[in-house]
Design a protein around this ligand. Structure first.
Ligand code: FMN
Length: 187
């Protein structure tokens, strides 16, 4: 009797842990905008958070829009280049839903997102994209990822554009939350 009660309690604890671990929000952010959005999204969905970082960190010089020789532009020019990623998420297997967030660079996801996808097994998971940008929509960046990795179960999220109002931000967050609940942006 005592033993079965303990087993039942263990089952409840294990079930609540796996429910909590279901969603992972991963993101790359060179200057903090995507990081803030990712943190808000993780808080709203009760997800774990993982930052995709370069083994060689990205500095403000690397993303200087006034310098076409900057690292970001060099990486953008070579679509096959894969910058080294610092770390891998732990227990990736335990997640059903993985958000991938990034700043849009040259109307595409930065090369490091491609490195991340190639180094982590996302097959069988729902992979939801989101981004921040100056003015570009997410659609082209998402399409390119889907074309490159057709075996993944992609869901297109939404981008947060520069200088959002609090309403814009809330709107983007609710759309992104709906992606994990419904597998698409709910109407
Ligand atoms: C190298 C580079 C290329 C960019 N290309 C685009 C672009 O094609 N379209 C766009 O709307 N914004 C573009 N941006 C603006 C970023 O997407 C935007 O500032 C983003 O919010 C930065 O996110 P972060 O602070 O997380 O790095 C670019 C920025 C950089 C540094």
């Amino acid at each position: 009797m005592k033993k079965s009660l303990i087993l039942a309690m263990m089952a409840i604890v294990m079930a609540s842990c796996s429910a909590k671990d279901k969603i992972l929000v991963t993101y790359f952010s060179a200057s903090g905008t995507t990081k803030t959005l990712a943190e808000e999204l993780a808080a709203k969905t009760g997800a774990d958070l993982f930052e995709i970082e370069g083994a060689q960190p990205y500095t403000s010089d690397d993303v200087n829009l006034g310098n076409r020789e900057a690292r970001a532009f060099k990486e953008m020019a070579d679509k096959s280049f894969r910058p080294e990623v610092k770390d891998k998420p732990k227990k990736l297997k335990s997640y059903d839903v993985v958000y991938i967030g990034f700043p849009i660079w040259g109307n595409a996801a930065p090369n490091i997102i491609y490195s991340f996808i190639e180094q982590n097994d996302l097959k069988g998971k729902t992979v939801i994209t989101f981004s921040t940008s100056g003015s570009s929509d997410l659609s082209n960046s998402h399409r390119l990822l889907k074309e490159q990795y057709p075996d993944l179960d992609w869901v297109e999220g939404v981008t947060l554009k520069r200088n959002p109002t609090p309403e814009d931000r809330q709107n983007v967050l609710s759309k992104l939350v709906s992606c994990s609940l419904h597998g698409k942006i709910a109407d």
